[in-house]
Design a binder for this molecule. Structure first.
Ligand SMILES: NC(=O)C1=CN([C@@H]2O[C@H](COP(=O)(O)OP(=O)(O)OC[C@H]3O[C@@H](n4cnc5c(N)ncnc54)[C@H](OP(=O)(O)O)[C@@H]3O)[C@@H](O)[C@H]2O)C=CC1
Ligand SMILES: CCCCCCCCCCCCCCCC(=O)OCC(=O)COP(=O)(O)O
Length: 309
């Protein structure tokens, strides 16, 4: 009987593994076919997740337009990508420099971006800044600065590029939000608000653009080991300047960039890129809000106490 069941289970297991392998292969082919030779614009390409996305999409054969404020960093990345050798046919990236917090500059940059290859297939709104502070100490100017970069900048760029996508009846808007676009964590008010606004805007956009054949993907990662906390602004607008423990324990940006590529290639609408705890927190916020709020209040008390001691 044992022999019978093991001889019938083994081929079944091998069959399942084979089907899974074929499925994975087909998925990879689908992603590659979607990205190869497509024009992909990446904001915040000078560091962290944006730079890794540039590497991953370049290696997949995309035609890149790399955006940021730091010309030298963009040029250095372009040199690195141009010198890299893969079996895949790759394309030399263009660079466009502008400050997303400046709406006029962003709209002008959109025209420059369109001139690079004549059209845009995929826009990845990745650039962003973080923030740390108590609400009572934070000036409204700081709230506005975070919103300018994380919300108004990406929506201005998206609005400026949309007409050409609508004309072509083709395009894909990708936005890097955060778990903090779904749940709010104490002492991150401006950041969480900007990411919640981002989630809301791009959810509306997805519905409005469906008839025009334009895809919208919102990606919400948990902690990634980048310079985000170093560049974060504080209650008085000064730079935070340190790597937080949570950030240092986060996933590698190269790994998350692979998840971004997969989400784009599979035309996902909304993706959480996180381990079980942040994912559970998102569900808890919806299913047991009272419990979630108590946990956040406890977290705030604990953090305040450790700062004061
Ligand atoms: N790190 C994390 O734990 C997580 C990050 N995210 C999100 O991922 C995205 C990328 O962040 P990450 O790579 O971690 O952080 P980094 O600080 O490493 O990168 C941020 C990028 O945004 C650009 N940027 C910032 N301000 C502006 C501006 N005003 N105009 C133009 N570009 C600007 C920076 O370019 P410049 O050279 O011009 O400064 C830089 O390239 C952000 O949207 C962030 O919110 C989401 C969840 C977790
Ligand atoms: C059994 C119940 C468990 C409920 C657990 C609630 C615990 C809440 C954990 C919340 C983790 C959220 C992680 C969010 C990570 C994230 O998005 O941070 C990335 C950033 O956006 C960067 O932010 P930073 O704060 O580093 O500037």
């Amino acid at each position: 009987m044992d022999l019978m069941s093991s001889t019938s289970i083994l081929p079944l297991l091998l069959g399942c593994l084979g089907i899974f392998g074929i499925y994975q292969l087909l998925q990879r082919m689908r992603i590659k076919a979607y990205v190869q030779n497509t024009v992909v614009v990446i904001t915040g390409a000078t560091s962290g997740l944006g730079r890794e996305c540039a590497r991953v999409f370049h290696a997949a054969g995309a035609k890149l337009v790399l955006c940021g404020r730091n010309v030298e960093a963009l040029e250095e990345l372009t040199r690195e990508l141009t010198a890299s050798h893969t079996s895949q046919q790759t394309h030399k990236p263009y660079t466009v420099t502008f400050d997303l917090a400046d709406t006029g500059a962003t709209v002008a940059a959109a025209a420059e971006i369109l001139q690079c290859f004549g059209y845009v297939d995929v826009l990845i709104n990745n650039a962003g800044i973080s923030y740390r502070g108590t609400i009572t100490d934070t000036t409204v100017d700081v709230d506005k600065r975070v919103m300018e970069t994380n919300y108004f900048g990406p929506i201005a760029l998206t609005k400026a590029l949309l007409p050409s996508m609508i004309k072509r009846k083709q395009g894909h808007i990708v936005t890097i939000s955060s778990i903090q676009g779904k749940i709010s964590i104490p002492f991150r008010s401006a950041y969480a608000a900007s990411k919640h606004a981002t989630q809301a805007f791009f959810d509306c956009l997805r519905a409005e653009m469906e008839q025009d054949g334009i895809q919208v993907t919102v990606i919400s990662p948990a902690y990634i080991y980048t310079n985000l906390s170093v560049n974060a602004i504080t209650a008085d607008g000064s730079r935070y300047g340190a790597v937080d423990k949570n950030t240092a324990q986060g996933r590698s940006p190269a790994e998350v960039a692979q998840d971004v590529l997969a989400a784009v290639g599979k035309r996902k609408k909304d993706v959480i890129v996180a381990d079980w705890l942040p994912s559970l927190a998102v569900y808890l916020r919806t299913l047991a809000p009272g419990l979630f709020f108590s946990i956040m209040a406890f977290r705030a008390r604990k953090e305040r106490k450790s700062k004061n001691s």
